[in-house]
Design a protein around this ligand. Structure first.
Ligand code: GDP
Ligand code: MG
Length: 768
């Protein structure tokens, strides 16, 4: 359709009504869909194409909102978009199972001069409940087209778009349900005054002015006396002066009278969704119970980690279910250990072994044998096998675990459980100045810090936002997993503690605890403030959809593999190079590790890490840990990649060439003499320190001006202090009491200082 004006549709609706699902389905995009409010914070754009009807249109996914009053940044973004960017039509997505509440927003959108079409979403659920919506009646009452769709199943989307196209062609005059109510006269007067000032959408602005909307009152301050006068004159008639409440009441009354009858309930059922609600309610009685909520969350996390990381499913082996031990059906072959570890392997471990055997035993082994047989130069052989392949394979080998963990997290999120977790945490921590709004982006940090940091835009308060962005990296993201599993696996192999799942889970929990502790600290010192109110309606539980889970996973995989072949590839080659050459540019083959450029640089920073257990107390090659920690700053997968390259070179000649991530950490431990406490502290440091480049760039963009520098210092300082504490306490358990005493004293001091600052107490020597 060359030459024609581009058509733009904006998707607007309540949080969690399915806008992003619809957006993804229309544009083929893979934006994040989550079963909790506030997932989409910024508007997102894509293109819808339909060759059959010759349609092409730009689609904008706006953040979810309950009203067009400017109480949150989402509401401001959505409102300004519709008012200022003039989309050709607004597609108002309405969750049909919550018709009344959703139509509250609709009544406000209709007050603007913009073509509107209502997409009645979740019609599959309505049908499933045995209910039915009279779309024709609703359309007649609203005065705009209504199309029943299911965004999730992709039902009726083409007809929605066709209708939207024809709707967009005709300009629409605003309408309001407030006509004939007590404030009607005031609205009409204001509207005329605004129209005289040539204000667009005069009806919308007039109504917002009556509601006492902050933005509006500032913009049209000259009209405020009119509102005031009206208030005075009709004081008695209006039963109180709260126009905003009055208008809200009028809207709901109109919805109940005119629109609700369009919803027909299943025979014999009186109230909408009662039965369905009560199932969710029953589940919530247990899951969000005051005392059980947190323990249940920890148990669920444990089960997940057990299913992904344990080589002894359900601890059957440890409990002696197999007597002497399981016979490995693949004993002696390349596939040995695929299913059998200490007992039966968990699904995550089986998948990991599968990928590992294929990558290392079959591919890498054959390539190196093949290259050797055709007489490749030793340095080229080393570059290809030790540098490039072992580095990349060590990273890709983790895909199974990352995908498994991500699958489980997606299920928790999509089912609606994660929203409950935010709710539980809000209940506990709000009195300490942290609101549930801050927990949602933090929990997203389990996936990746970048979108999580962007999501802090829902936090209105700059101090709370800054504090939240700082602790988001403590929620260990997918990329940190290889460090964790590699080290946990090595600890299991060398130090005889057989529970890889418990080690991994503890490290995750350490991150969570550190995040909450640091957040509390900041909220009472440099970032003081009260928690903003947190109103969230808990979404109904629903079974996660297979398709959307797969979309998530594929997105993650794509991203991860791309990273492996770009950033990780480049870094492993660089590490190989620095490790293979001396300062005089001579190639050193193997084992002369002390002379390489990398070694001398590493040795320079190694002493810094002595309090953390991987510094000067290690042998001469102990610098590898220091180097690993530094390369991790570019991308966290690099730590594993670096280890694989270094181990491959350190143990070359002594080993058969199986350099998977666990055996490379094993080699590191054997060569450096590090203790298990040191390994744990190393993992802790990597989890808590400065995140990857991408996360840093996001933090810089999202943080208020001037805060980024301090944030970097915060990351360095807190990771250094906490990891030292971890190392010292694990090595000498009684030091725990010293640290506890120190923390108590610190807390008391902060409390006292804050009391003085608030004027509740004065310094002893200030008494007059
Ligand atoms: P948004 O907050 O409006 O962007 O909503 P999302 O697109 O993130 O969807 C919220 C939840 O509703 C997700 O768990 C979706 O899978 C689910 N959902 C979206 N559309 C439908 C639908 O048509 N039917 C059903 N049953 N679920 C849906
Ligand atoms: Mg969304």
């Amino acid at each position: 359709m060359a030459g024609e004006k581009k058509i733009t549709f904006a998707l607007a609706g309540n949080p969690n009504c399915g806008k992003t699902t619809l957006f993804n389905n229309l544009t083929g995009s893979t934006a994040h869909v989550g079963n909790w409010p506030g997932v989409t914070v910024e508007k997102r754009e894509g293109t819808y194409r339909n060759k059959k009807f010759g349609i092409q249109a730009d689609i904008v996914d706006l953040p979810g909102i309950y009203s067009l009053s400017p109480y949150t940044s989402e509401e401001v973004i959505s409102r300004n978009y519709i008012l200022e960017e003039h989309p050709d039509a607004v597609i108002n997505v309405v969750d049909a199972t919550n018709l009344e509440r959703n139509l509250y927003l609709t009544t406000q959108i209709l007050e603007m001069d913009v073509p509107v079409i209502v997409a009645l979403n979740m019609s599959d659920l309505v049908k499933k409940q045995g209910d039915y919506v009279d779309a024709k009646l609703l359309s007649k009452k609203l005065g705009v087209p209504v199309v029943e769709i299911s965004a999730l199943r992709g039902e009726n989307l083409d007809s929605l778009m066709e209708q939207a196209m024809s709707t967009a062609k005709n300009p629409r005059k605003c309408s309001t349900v407030l006509e004939g109510t007590k404030v009607d006269k005031l609205i009409k007067t204001l509207e005329i005054a605004l129209r005289n000032k040539e204000v667009e959408n005069s009806l919308f602005h007039a109504i917002k002015l009556v509601e006492g909307d902050e933005i509006e009152c500032k913009m049209h301050a000259d009209l405020l006396p009119m509102v005031e006068e009206f208030r005075q004159t009709f004081q008695d008639e209006l039963f109180g002066n709260d126009f905003e409440a009055l208008i809200a009441d009028c809207r709901y009354k109109a919805i109940a009278k005119d629109y609700s009858p369009a919803y027909h309930h299943k025979e014999g059922e009186k109230v909408s969704g009662k039965e369905k609600l009560s199932i969710s309610d029953k589940i919530d009685k247990v899951l969000t119970n005051r005392w059980l909520g947190i323990p249940i969350f920890v148990v669920i996390l444990f089960l997940i980690f057990h299913l992904v990381f344990s080589d002894d499913l359900l601890y059957l082996g440890a409990m002696g279910a197999f007597g002497e031990g399981l016979a490995d059906p693949f004993a002696g072959s390349a596939w040995e250990g695929l299913f059998v570890g200490a007992g039966i392997n968990s699904p995550g471990v089986i998948l990991h072994n599968l990928v590992d055997i294929i990558l290392n035993n079959l591919i890498l082994g054959n390539i190196s044998a093949g290259l050797e047989s055709i007489g490749t130069e030793p340095w080229a052989l080393s570059l290809i096998c030790d540098g490039i392949l072992s580095g990349i394979f060590a990273v890709i080998g983790f895909l199974p675990e990352i995908l498994c963990l991500f699958l489980f997290f997606s299920i928790l999120e999509d089912s609606g459980y994660m929203a409950r977790v935010a709710f539980i945490l809000d209940r506990i921590f709000r009195r300490f100045g942290i609101s549930g709004r801050a927990f949602m982006p933090m929990i997203m940090g389990f996936g990746c810090s970048v979108p999580a940091m962007i999501n802090t835009r829902t936090l209105a308060d700059d101090r709370e936002k800054t504090a939240t962005i700082r602790v988001i990296p403590f929620f260990s993201c997918g990329a940190k997993l290889p460090i964790l599993t590699g080290c946990a696996g090595a600890i299991v192999q060398i130090f005889g503690f057989p529970y890889a799942d418990i080690i991994t889970l503890s490290m995750y929990l350490l991150g969570v605890v550190a995040a909450i502790a640091m957040l509390l600290l900041m909220r009472h010192t440099t970032m003081r403030g009260e928690a903003a109110p947190f109103i969230m309606e808990l979404p109904a539980y629903h079974l996660p959809q297979f398709k959307s889970l797969m979309v998530h996973l594929w997105d993650k995989t794509k991203h991860y593999i791309k990273k492996a072949f770009t950033i990780i590839f480049a870094s492993t080659v660089l590490i190989w190079f620095l490790q293979s050459f001396t300062w005089n540019w001579t190639y050193i083959s193997v084992e002369l590790t002390g002379q390489s450029i990398l070694a001398s640089l590493g040795q320079l920073i190694q002493p810094l890490f002595t309090p953390l257990g991987f510094g000067s107390q290690l042998t001469a090659v102990g610098w590898v840990f220091a180097v690993g920690a530094i390369t991790g700053l570019i991308a966290k997968e690099n730590v594993t990649g670096t280890f694989a390259v270094l181990a491959a070179m350190l143990i070359a000649g002594t080993s058969s060439g199986d350099y998977d991530e666990v055996s490379s950490v094993v080699a590191m431990i054997n060569q450096t003499g590090i203790t298990w406490q040191g390994v744990i502290a190393f993992v802790a440091f990597n989890m808590l320190t400065i995140p990857c480049f991408a996360a840093c760039a996001t933090a810089k963009a999202e943080l208020p001006k001037g805060k980024f520098r301090w944030t970097v210092l915060f990351w360095l300082g807190s990771s250094y202090v906490i990891s030292s504490m971890v190392y010292i306490v694990l090595s000498w358990w009684w030091t725990l009491f010293i640290f506890l005493a120190a923390i108590l004293i610190m807390m008391a001091t902060i409390w006292y200082i804050n009391q003085i600052r608030d004027g509740k107490r004065s310094l002893p020597w200030r008494h007059s």
